[in-house]
Design a protein around this ligand. Structure first.
Ligand code: ADP
Ligand code: ADP
Length: 228
């Protein structure tokens, strides 16, 4: 079953004449293991779609459901859906290893196991040498890799990444994305990445296009794969 599905979803901000329709008429779903890029210009509704899929925001019309995630209450959703934002948003007083272990501790994972899983995630992202550093001491690319490690340590079934390379130079962005995709594949997690950069989108298997709050399918019924 789909990890997330949107049925005729809309999200409007504000009301009356000043209302902004951020997204509307969205019909889509993310199957297990899918690797999808959501491509569109700034303001086209990509972040709104991602927040709705993550359960961080609610639609003003239509339905967002998570049929493939059992007992999809808010806590279960946070455990199974990992979200990577544009900036790494690490907690400055905590070391890299502590930042990665913290969500696991919040999930109720015992300290030793949380530390072990954090170490495994850091090793996957080639961050072992940086485990004791503080976020201030990292480059932007390193910090974003830590944010990816923090999400993957929870072994999510779906990773939603909102312009994860937006603050990185092109080479570093490519590297972070490649590591994100490789690790997600090892875990069997589905990945959906928003980007305004078609070159980044090429790294994914399927591309969905957004414009003015709508998803545009290149060709209906073909699953959205626009490779030729
Ligand atoms: P993207 O991620 O593609 O840049 P967004 O989903 O952030 O697009 O924004 C879609 C539209 O919704 C834009 O017109 C944006 O200005 C508007 N919008 C987004 N968030 C808010 C908000 N909190 N309040 C009002 N308007 C918003
Ligand atoms: P169904 O109607 O079979 O339940 P959907 O209509 O939600 O499924 O989607 C059909 C296929 O199109 C799926 O593979 C879905 O992932 C894909 N898809 C959904 N939205 C888009 C889009 N904007 N661009 C390309 N493919 C899409």
């Amino acid at each position: 079953a789909a990890l997330v599905r949107c049925d005729d979803v809309a999200r409007t901000y504000g009301s009356g004449p000043a209302a902004v329709v951020a997204v509307h008429g969205l019909d889509c779903h993310v199957p297990p293991g899918a690797r999808i890029a959501v491509v569109g210009p700034s303001g086209s509704g990509k972040s709104t779609l991602l927040h709705l899929m993550a359960g961080l925001d609610r639609p003003t019309a239509g339905k967002v459901s998570h049929p493939g995630i059992d007992g999809a209450d808010a806590d279960t959703l946070t455990r199974h859906i990992g979200v990577v934002f544009q900036g790494p948003s690490l907690l400055p007083p905590l070391t890299v290893a502590e930042n990665v272990a913290l969500p696991l501790r919040i999930d109720g994972v015992p300290e030793t196991e949380a530390d072990d899983r954090a170490q495994v995630a850091l090793a996957r992202l080639e961050l072992t040498e940086l485990a004791r550093r503080l976020p201030d001491e990292l480059s932007a690319g390193q910090a974003q890799r830590v944010a990816v490690a923090r999400v993957l340590a929870r072994r999510p079934r779906l990773v939603l990444a909102d312009e994860p390379t937006g603050q990185l130079d092109r080479a570093t962005g490519r590297q972070v994305l490649a590591i994100l995709l490789g690790t997600a594949q090892e875990l069997g997690a589905a990945v959906l990445v928003t980007t305004h950069d078609p070159r980044i989108a090429r790294a994914l298997d399927v591309r969905w296009y957004m414009a003015d709050g709508r998803l545009i399918r290149p060709e209906a019924g073909d699953g959205g794969d626009d490779r030729t």
